[in-house]
Design a protein around this ligand. Structure first.
Ligand SMILES: C[S@@+](CC[C@H](N)C(=O)[O-])C[C@H]1O[C@@H](n2cnc3c(N)ncnc32)[C@H](O)[C@@H]1O
Ligand code: SF4
Ligand code: SF4
Length: 467
């Protein structure tokens, strides 16, 4: 039993958000998500005061109108669970042979299998309740690199949101229920006040991730990111060799710095995902980049085939797309890496009923993007302006935008070409890119069609060879 004199506080590295009838808590260490019911939420709220166990019991008895004995029992059970999940820390008091040891087994055994269904349930709940669980905040369009594919075009910092303008936006996101905040740019670390923004975000209990080119991560930057409980850094690595990466970023030395930055974070136990956009300039190094990610201890690696048009409307970066022969060679190398692995069978066709339910794109459902000037959009790629967060309350934009309402209502059945397409279940269509390419959010995306057809043709040929 935990002594009644112990002081209980929230784990300072936890991020949390109270939604109607539950509180969602995320811990970056161990990458776990938790849902607290109404009683637990009330205790969680109370923990900001760093109360003793006795004070919590008294608070629960009063709040839920139960006698102290019943409250003591409930609080004991709850605190044991919270300690086991590492969501709270105990200090002070004298006799303390605590729940920590007793609950260690529970912590290890049930946590992993709880996580994935819980995450799905929380996401469904966010969708049902119209909660922007994720927000992408572009802090600047400025950057120290000049990547040839980059969609960001406007680089001077004039007119960008100031710290004083960002704080109320973060407050409003917290009020709307946003838990996961991604800070990006341009290069967010170019901002001199980056850490003031990140500190404020943590003060408001967001879990924050960072999209970065990695070049500005020094040991002291990495230390501060660790202190602030950075959930994850996604670092763009655009080649396995310095010559390739630097040719794309157009800045010599950027590869060494990016890998150095990634290593500094990994050494501190921060989750790092390396990611790349496949282009004709780098796709031939696909296996080596994956190997590089493994060798430095990155948590994961992700590559994408689609090249979003530039924000000024120009599509000249599309010419960087990989050749068909290069894409096929990448698929072949992947197969060679996993000899003996069976090719996935074609998924069964979707029924018309299923097509009425499938949400083809998550934009605006549980996520929102705010650019460096305060303009609000449904996601990183869909350039449909929803409003200006500097002049209009975010809640008004999120709940009141007619454009957003229309985007949320889109189902697969509304996409004439895609709903009739056999490749849908394997296609990486991006609605934003479709809009840029064709002028319609409902159209097929020529780039996605090309990628899907090339990949499908390759798999079909391999299947024939195996028969
Ligand atoms: C715009 S950057 C901002 C964050 C940071 N500067 C970085 O490079 O990671 C975000 C991500 O978008 C990717 N990206 C940039 N331009 C792109 C494009 N035209 N199409 C697809 N992805 C792109 C970058 O490679 C990077 O992974
Ligand atoms: S580092 Fe990021 S923001 Fe900068 S040019 Fe490259 S992709 Fe664009
Ligand atoms: S984008 Fe093209 S390949 Fe993808 S589902 Fe639509 S029509 Fe099919």
């Amino acid at each position: 039993m935990i002594s009644r004199t112990r002081v209980v506080a929230r784990n300072p590295r936890a991020a949390s958000r109270t939604w109607p009838a539950e509180t969602v808590v995320y811990l970056p260490d161990g990458n776990t998500i938790h849902s607290l019911n109404e009683t637990a939420s009330a205790v969680w709220e109370f923990l900001v005061h760093k109360p003793t166990v006795a004070q919590i019991v008294h608070h629960v008895a009063h709040e839920f109108e139960v006698d102290e004995e019943q409250a003591a029992q409930d609080v004991k059970t709850l605190l044991e669970t919270l300690v086991a999940r590492n969501l709270v820390v105990l200090s002070g008091g004298l006799d303390d042979d605590e729940a920590r040891g007793a609950s260690a087994t529970a912590r290890e055994s049930d946590e992993a299998e709880r996580q994935i269904p819980l995450l799905y349930r929380i996401k469904d709940r966010a969708r049902e309740q119209n909660i922007p669980m994720h927000a992408l905040l572009e802090l600047t369009n400025n950057c120290n690199l000049w990547c040839r594919h980059c969609y960001i075009t406007h680089r001077p910092s004039q007119g960008e949101l100031t710290l004083d303008e960002i704080k109320p936006i973060l407050d409003q996101l917290a009020d709307l229920g946003t838990l996961f905040l991604t800070l990006t740019g341009g290069e967010a670390l170019c901002r001199k006040d980056f850490f003031s923004i990140a500190e404020y975000a943590r003060q408001r209990e967001f879990s924050f991730s960072l999209f970065t080119n990695g070049t500005l991560i020094t040991p002291s930057v990495a230390d501060r990111l660790k202190e602030l409980a950075l959930e994850r850094a996604e670092i763009s690595i655009l080649g396995a060799r310095a010559a390739t990466h630097d040719a794309i970023t157009q800045v010599e030395g950027s590869f060494e710095k990016a890998i150095g930055g990634a290593r500094l974070l990994i050494e501190r136990g921060i989750n790092v995902q390396l990611k790349t956009t496949w282009m004709k300039l780098n796709i031939d190094e696909s296996e080596e980049i994956q190997g590089l990610a493994d060798s430095i201890g990155a948590t994961s690696f992700r590559g994408g085939n689609l090249i979003i048009h530039r924000r000024d409307g120009s599509s000249e970066n599309s010419s960087l797309a990989a050749e068909e022969s290069q894409m096929r060679a990448m698929q072949q190398r992947r197969l060679d890496r996993h000899p003996g692995v069976k090719l996935p069978p074609d998924p069964p066709p979707l029924s018309e009923e299923q097509k009425k339910d499938i949400i083809p794109c998550g934009a605006g459902q549980t996520s929102v993007r705010i650019d460096a000037y305060g303009n609000v959009y449904p996601c990183a790629a869909i350039d449909v302006l929803l409003g200006d967060a500097k002049t209009t309350p975010l809640a008004e934009i999120w709940y009141g935008s007619e454009e957003l309402e229309k985007i949320r209502a889109i189902r697969l059945i509304d996409l004439p070409e895609c709903s009739a397409c056999d490749l849908w279940q394997r296609c990486t269509r991006c609605a934003g890119l479709a809009l840029m390419e064709t002028g319609s959010l409902l159209a097929a995306s020529p780039q996605a069609c090309r990628v899907a057809r090339i990949q499908h043709k390759f798999l079909e040929e391999k299947q024939c060879e195996l028969q």
